[in-house]
Design a protein around this ligand. Structure first.
Ligand SMILES: C[S@@+](CC[C@H](N)C(=O)[O-])C[C@H]1O[C@@H](n2cnc3c(N)ncnc32)[C@H](O)[C@@H]1O
Length: 323
């Protein structure tokens, strides 16, 4: 296991994106929806203290569905930061329980932490043979081994296609249901043996043949896209006017969902055909993507060199517009 819990990505970009909201709020509230090892929370707290040394106190609420992450965060964060064991799909309930109607800044850094991947016993990795679990919150839901014990080849093919974009989905799914693996090592071997020679060649020596299958199962076991949809539905409505939502995505499925939701929220209404209404007389969209964030923010070369995991990351930002 690596000694570092998790190295956060796009830290400067996150602070720069959320600062304009935090520095102008009268009663600023920051919600880190994916606290992990608290790297982003600590950075945002420090950036706020520097930007507004005499400003109002920043209330910080950090949630994670993984209790190991919360234990790590508790060690690192000031006692007044409120930690909540919850998935961000329940953001409205978390905010209601905290008595927060609307937050000034909300951040979600999607996916798994290095700690989760590197802790072999959690069953996320094909590097170590361990029970096939893959739950970010092991106190809830069904482990990957149980999913593979019950799933049909057809449904598994769909999971591998939809969440792993796996070209060999059907043959890999057939091989998996023939064995119904219970450990990461067996699953990795079954996938490697089932993959067609052209696909193996395409992946080369550096990418393990089971990479896409592991990603697909992890997304399914943790209902990651369902969670993201619930967050994208609720979080914009729980922003203060001028408040900002930042989402860090790591793969095309997450990025597409986020981009499409932000586009729908920021689209200006068109005048109804044939009616003499000028576009300027229609209500303005309640949300905007702030200038400079149309394509999101991506890591620079230095960050990618220092932290290869950041390569595919992208920060997308949405702001609740002034009425
Ligand atoms: C990429 S890490 C975040 C790292 C964090 N930003 C940091 O600076 O250390 C993702 C974290 O989000 C948590 N997580 C993923 N999906 C979640 C969800 N739906 N609800 C709450 N936490 C979630 C994971 O358990 C993990 O700890």
């Amino acid at each position: 296991m690596s000694s570092e819990f998790h190295r956060p990505v796009l830290v400067r970009e996150v602070c720069e994106a959320l600062a304009p909201a935090l520095v102008r709020a009268e009663a600023p509230v920051f919600v880190d929806a994916t606290c992990g090892g608290a790297g982003h929370t600590l950075a945002v707290l420090a950036a706020y203290a520097e930007a507004r040394p005499a400003g109002p106190k920043l209330r910080a609420i950090a949630l994670d569905r993984d209790e190991e992450a919360l234990a790590e965060a508790r060690r690192k964060l000031p006692a007044e930061v409120e930690l909540v064991h919850s998935s961000f799909g329940h953001l409205p309930e978390v905010l209601d329980a905290a008595g927060v109607t609307a937050a000034t800044a909300i951040l979600a850094d999607l996916g798994v932490s290095s700690h989760q991947l590197d802790t072999g016993a959690r069953g996320f990795s094909f590097q170590v043979d361990a029970p096939l679990d893959m739950r970010m919150d092991p106190s809830r839901g069904v482990p990957a081994s149980q999913l593979l014990a019950d799933i049909s080849a057809g449904e598994l093919t769909q999971v591998l296609r939809d969440y792993g974009e796996e070209p060999d989905a059907a043959r890999i799914a057939a091989a998996i249901v023939a064995v119904r693996p219970k450990t990461t090592g067996v699953l990795a071997k079954v996938v490697a043996a089932a993959m067609s020679a052209p696909q193996r060649r395409k992946l080369g020596l550096r990418i393990h043949p089971a990479t896409r299958t592991f990603q697909a199962l992890r997304i399914r076991v943790n209902d990651e896209l369902g969670e993201l949809d619930r967050l994208l539905a609720a979080a914009p409505e729980r922003l203060q006017v001028g408040g900002r939502l930042g989402i860090i995505t790591f793969h095309s499925l997450e990025d597409r969902a986020t981009k499409q939701r932000f586009a729908a929220l920021t689209r200006a209404e068109q005048p109804p055909a044939g009616l003499p209404i000028a576009a300027r007389d229609l209500p303005r969209p309640r949300f905007v993507v702030p200038g400079g964030y149309r394509q999101g923010a991506a890591p620079g070369d230095a960050e990618v060199a220092a932290n290869p995991r950041s390569r595919s990351s992208r920060l997308r930002v949405l702001e609740r517009a002034l009425p």
